[in-house]
Design a protein around this ligand. Sequence first.
Ligand code: AMP
Length: 389
Amino acid sequence: MKKTVKDIDIKNKRVLMRVDFNVPMADGKVTDDKRIKAALPTIKYVLEQGASLILMSHLGRPKSASDSAFSLRAASEALAALLGTPVQMAPDCVGAEVEKLAKAMKPGDVMMLENTRYHAGEEKNDLDLAKQMAALGDVYVNDAFGSAHRAHSSTEGIARFLPAVSGFLMEQELEYLGRAVANPEHPYIAILGGAKISDKILVVETLLSKCDKLIIGGGMANTFLAAQGLNMQDSLVEAESLELAKTILAKSSDKLILPVDAIIADKFDADANTQIVDVDKIPAGWRMLDVGPKTLELYKTSLNGVKLVVWNGPVGVFEMPKFAEGTFALARMLAESGAITVIGGGDSASAVKKAGVAKQMTHVSTGGGASLEFLEGKELPGVAALLDK
Ligand code: AMP
């Protein structure tokens, strides 16, 4: 267990908080303020405790500090609107001028630092940069779960120079994702989808060691079906992962739930012709792009009475309406399951949102890559750096 901002005294202190304001932008405006809203509980708590608050984040991949398209100014304005108080925009994230501004802050003041990636040292976890960042505050709070799998100056290095604790969003992520890897409730069903096994092999193995059943769908399932000797025709199959799939099947076939039927297409296209067939009857020239109705029935029966579900990755090409039903139907089943439902970030988070059931999930992770690494059982550097309770 990591210390949270509630475990330390922050009254009259300068709280330096890493947030994930890596928000989508268009025409210099924030187009989706979900990540800013997600940080509000910690932000408000810090201000209510009588601290001043200095926020730091990365945004996109700027090549240099003169790349104003990656400024956090728009995010600071969006935050000011949500908070109803002014947010001062700093000209940089380190340096004499910023230190002066930080020293002049009073309890209740909020300042947003400029993009941490304006400095090349950030992604190298440059400790000199981290030390300069740390000079701005008295304590460090990390509420950026989505960046915690990267050891950068603002996520890992900085924690070596200040008392470092988690914010509430980080705490929530660790609690819910932690259940899946530490003490899961049973029956526990894990669901993995997405394109490639090679990206998810570690998570397959970790989940298999914890869960009662593992549903594998999406492109990943094709390689397993091919490993069972089925001709997947033009479906995405990773030849280099076939052996691995065979090994996993040999060891854990009783736990695996693979598709039994499929929605197939004559091309990889939103307007392709489609048909529903059993997975062993895919005609030449066709490919599997979604799971079929019999498979969804199988999912429904498996999910009956389940206590915990962890889901990462779509079971079909859900970006195209003709191949989205499997993923959306699965999302609705989770909403009705009565189980604790933990959704890994990225595509699955957007799928539950598109299916209109995001609010009915117990936890939708804000971190795609970070949640996957966490589920693999890895310790995230940005989390490891925080103080233990
Ligand atoms: P990943 O980034 O590995 O989680 O993969 C997500 C992507 O997998 C999504 O963009 C889906 O369109 C894609 N996907 C899901 N099912 C399939 C499939 N049967 N064939 C090809 N791609 C798929």
